[in-house]
Design a protein around this ligand. Structure first.
Ligand SMILES: *Cc1c(COP(=O)(O)O)cnc(C)c1O
Length: 416
C-alpha cells in the first residue's frame, strides 16, 4: 500500500525545504556558471513514474520486460542528441558528466595509462585526473596550462608536452576557461602521439547545441557532456562518439560503470534536447554569450582584470589580485551572496591561495538569460558587483543593492 496524500501531507519537512529552495532561486540572481533553470516540462518529466522502471540494457535490447515506453523516450533522447551535435552515436545513460568521463576512460584505457588534461587551477575539472578523484588515482596524469601572460592555452607547449609524456588520451574542455578550445589543433596533437582525444563540453553543451560555439564532434574521438548547465535538459551526462567506438562506450557505461539507467532523467534529456532543437534555443544561446560579453565590458571598463581579457562564452573568470588585492574569492562570494547575487569563488592561473579561499570569482550568464535578462540588466548587475567590491565595508550600499536585486528578481519570475 502506498502512503496516501501529496508531499505536504506525507512529508512537510522535505516540502518546506523544496519550497525554500524554489524561493531562493526566484529571489536571487543565479550567476554560478554551471547552473540553470529547466522548463516546467523537464521538471514534470523528471518527477514522473519513469523513476519506477528498471531498464538495464539499451532500447530494443533490455534485461527487463515492460520496456516499450522507456525504449521510446531513450530512443528520442538518442536521436535528438545525434541531431543536435551531428554525432554518429550517442549514449544518453551516464548519470552525470563525471560518469560520462568515467565511461570513456574505462572503455579506452587501462589502469596506469596516461592522461594529459588541463590543470584544475587553469580551468580543468576534478574528473580530468585530480588526485582526489578516481581519475587521478587510476591513471597517470600530467596537465597542461594556459600562457600566464595571455590566459590562452599554449598549444605549442601542449604539443611538446604530449610528445614527451606520450599519453593514451588527451582531454580538451574545462569548467572555467573563458575561451573556445581549438579542437582541431588538439585533435592533431593527439593524433601525432597516437592518443585519443576526448572533448569534455560539460559547460558549453548548450552553446554548441545552439550553434554559438565550435563543435568538437569530428575533431574528438569522444565528446562527453553534462545536460544541466548551458543546456536545460535536467541533471545527467551523455557521451557522443563514432560508430567505430559505439559498442565499447555502451559496454563501459552499462554494465561497466552503472546499473539501471535513471529513466526519468533520460526522459528529461529527451525533452530538453527537443527544446534545444528549436530556434528559440538558438536565440537563447546567442543571448547567453552576448550577456557575458556585456558583463565583461562593465568589469573591464571599471578596472577589473579578467583571465584572458574577456570571454567567448557564458562565463568570466575575474582575477581579483590586481584590482582588489585584499579581497579573496571567498570574501567576494560571501559579500555578493549577502545581497542576493550568487557566484562562486574560483582559482585563477598562477593561484597562490587555497581552493577554499582563492583569488578569483567565476561569473556566468546561463541562468539569468533563462530568466529573460539581456545586456541592459547585465550592465546594471555588473555595476552592482563592482560597487560592492570597491566598497566592501559600506553596509548602506549593500542594503540598497540588496533591495534593487529583490526588485529585479520580482520583475523576472522563473516559474510563476
Ligand atoms: C560540470 C563538469 C563535469 C561534470 O560534472 P557532473 O557534476 O559530474 O555532472 C565534467 N567536466 C567538466 C569540465 C565540468 O565542468
Amino acid at each position: 500500500m502506498l502512503p496516501d496524500g501529496d508531499l505536504s501531507a506525507s512529508d512537510p519537512d522535505v516540502q518546506a525545504a523544496i519550497r525554500g529552495e524554489k524561493r531562493r532561486q526566484e529571489e536571487n540572481l543565479e550567476m554560478i556558471a554551471s547552473e540553470n533553470h529547466v522548463s516546467k516540462a523537464v521538471l514534470e518529466t523528471q518527477g514522473s513514474v519513469l523513476t519506477n522502471k528498471y531498464a538495464e540494457g539499451y532500447p530494443g535490447s533490455r534485461y527487463y520486460g515492460g520496456c516499450e515506453h522507456v525504449d521510446t523516450v531513450e530512443q528520442l533522447a538518442i536521436d535528438r542528441a545525434k541531431e543536435l551535435f551531428g554525432a554518429e552515436h550517442a549514449n544518453v545513460q551516464p548519470h552525470s558528466g563525471t560518469q560520462a568521463n568515467m565511461g570513456v576512460y574505462f572503455a579506452m584505457l587501462e589502469p596506469g595509462d596516461r592522461i594529459l588534461s588541463l590543470d584544475l587551477t587553469h580551468g580543468g575539472h576534478l574528473s580530468h585526473g585530480h588526485h582526489v578523484n578516481f581519475s587521478g588515482q587510476y591513471y597517470e596524469v600530467e596537465q597542461y596550462g594556459v600562457d600566464p601572460e595571455t590566459g590562452y592555452i599554449d598549444y605549442d607547449e601542449l604539443a611538446n608536452h604530449a610528445e614527451q609524456f606520450d599519453p593514451g588520451l588527451i582531454v580538451s574542455g574545462s569548467s572555467a576557461y573563458p575561451r573556445e578550445f581549438d579542437y582541431e589543433r588538439i585533435g592533431e596533437i593527439a593524433a601525432a602521439v597516437d592518443a585519443y582525444h576526448m572533448a569534455d563540453i560539460a559547460h558549453i553543451t548548450g552553446l554548441i547545441a545552439g550553434g554559438v560555439h565550435s563543435n568538437p564532434v569530428g575533431d574528438a574521438d569522444f565528446v562527453t557532456a553534462s545536460t544541466h548547465k548551458t543546456i536545460r535538459a535536467g541533471r545527467g551526462g551523455i557521451i557522443l562518439t563514432t560508430e567505430e567506438h559505439a559498442e565499447e562506450i555502451d559496454k563501459a557505461i552499462f554494465p561497466g560503470a552503472q546499473g539501471g539507467p535513471l529513466m526519468h532523467n533520460v526522459a528529461g534529456k529527451a525533452v530538453g534536447f527537443g527544446e534545444a532543437l528549436t530556434d528559440e534555443f538558438r536565440e537563447y544561446s546567442e543571448q547567453v554569450v552576448a550577456n557575458a560579453k556585456a558583463l565583461a565590458d562593465v568589469f573591464t571598463d571599471r578596472g577589473m582584470s579578467l583571465v584572458s581579457g574577456g570571454t567567448d562564452k557564458h562565463l568570466l573568470l575575474v582575477d581579483l589580485r590586481e584590482s582588489h588585492p585584499s579581497i579573496t574569492g571567498k570574501d567576494a562570494e560571501e559579500r555578493l551572496e549577502s545581497v542576493g547575487i550568487t557566484v562562486n569563488k574560483n582559482t585563477v592561473p598562477g593561484e597562490s591561495r587555497s581552493p577554499f579561499v582563492t583569488s578569483g570569482i567565476r561569473v556566468g550568464t546561463p541562468a539569468l538569460t533563462t530568466r529573460g535578462f539581456s545586456e541592459s540588466e547585465m550592465e546594471t548587475i555588473g555595476n552592482y558587483i563592482v560597487d560592492l567590491l570597491d566598497n566592501p565595508d559600506d553596509d548602506d550600499l549593500a542594503e540598497e543593492i540588496s533591495m534593487e536585486v529583490e526588485q529585479l528578481c520580482s520583475e523576472y519570475p522563473i516559474y510563476d
